[in-house]
Design a protein around this ligand. Structure first.
Ligand SMILES: Nc1ncnc2c1ncn2[C@@H]1O[C@H](COP(=O)(O)OP(=O)(O)OP(=O)(O)O)[C@@H](O)[C@H]1O
Length: 317
């Protein structure tokens, strides 16, 4: 499929103003995004996601490498490249809190080149899509965080660009509003063919919404794969063991040493094995002190486990 975004080996070093100390935040990131794809950009805090997103939307110039959008270089051909992109970088900080919802929409519509006679119709259409019609005369200051976030995305849709970049679109939203934003993004992608890149820590967003994920750690891409493929790869290695009584400190020590990727919920142990045969070593830990086992089941893998394992393996290597 045709790529609308090509990120070629970008590097970015920040210099601290006072000490002039240098920090390499992005160390040669490359990936491509096809038209109509929804891609999740994942990574621990400070991994370089925002720096990458800001470079794609032309707010930062890379020290090395390049970004092309629909064939236009984001530095040399900036205006042409940016015509294809809208970004929501700091959510509710991108909108005016002292204006109403509708005033914000009208202001940004003019600002982003929507033709005067089309503004009213475009604003009404988007407010309907985002279910913000009944809030149109409300001051943004009086809206909940979730509604402000929805408005910020709604504003980004005004220019009707091919690509939408979203930095943490569900940050701080409750489960229900997070779900609503997710469904909206899915609708926008499927009905309007938009290409969406989402930087997030929200694993359900990646698991439910993104077809592909690019995982960045310490400024480098450590995985770039389909979400369902990554889940399949890890499916065979996730187990749940339900014991009848708590294990001893010594057993816990061995467990932590041999199976660092585990967590307890009461008497239920959730563990990721390196390979399937490791189940025997795991059961041995309980057997040694005759801890009674209630059940051993292979568990459903969620994307959070996949993510943690990939990042942990990368740090260890
Ligand atoms: N303007 C800046 N000056 C100096 N260092 C910076 C600047 N912006 C970012 N950094 C550093 O670069 C690294 C990458 O930051 P970036 O914001 O891209 O990470 P991130 O993956 O988006 O993190 P988070 O998930 O915490 O938002 C971090 O260590 C950060 O402290």
């Amino acid at each position: 499929m045709e790529s609308i975004i090509k990120v070629n080996g970008i590097q970015k070093t920040y210099k601290k103003r006072k000490t002039k100390e240098e920090f390499k935040a992005v160390k040669g990131v490359s990936f491509e995004v096809a038209k109509g794809e929804i891609v999740g950009l994942l990574g621990p805090n400070g991994a370089g996601k925002t720096t990458t997103i800001k470079t794609i939307c032309g707010l930062l110039v890379p020290d090395e490498g390049s970004v092309t959008i629909n064939g236009h270089d984001s530095v040399r051909d900036r205006n042409k490249a940016l015509r294809h992109i809208s970004a929501v970088l700091e959510g509710n900080r991108n909108i005016y809190w002292r204006l109403t919802v509708q005033e914000n929409m009208q202001y940004f519509a003019g600002n982003r080149g929507v033709r005067k006679k089309e503004i009213r119709e475009r604003v009404a259409e988007l407010l309907k899509l985002f279910r913000l019609e009944d809030k149109k005369n409300e001051l943004v200051n009086n809206l909940s965080r979730g509604m402000q976030q929805k408005l910020a995305i709604c504003v980004a849709m005004l220019a009707d660009t091919d690509v939408i970049l979203l930095d943490e679109p569900t940050l701080g939203l409750d489960v229900e509003t997070g779900y609503e934003v997710r469904e909206l993004l899915r609708k926008i992608a499927s009905e309007q063919g938009k290409t969406i890149i989402i930087s997030t820590h929200d694993m359900p967003v990646v698991q439910d919404l993104c077809e592909r994920t690019i995982i960045i750690n310490e400024g480098k891409v450590i995985a770039d794969d389909r979400v369902d493929h990554l889940l399949q790869l890890f499916e065979t290695s996730a187990y749940q063991i339900h014991v009848k009584e708590s294990i001893s400190d010594q057993q816990q020590e061995v467990l932590t040493r041999q199976f660092p990727l585990h967590s307890w919920e009461g008497l239920k142990l959730q563990v990721n094995l390196g390979q399937e045969q490791d189940i025997y070593d795991l059961v041995e830990i309980f057997k040694r002190e005759q801890t009674p086992i209630e059940t051993v089941t292979r568990s459903e893998v969620n994307f959070e486990q996949v993510f943690r394992k990939l990042v942990k393996e990368e740090v260890a290597s």
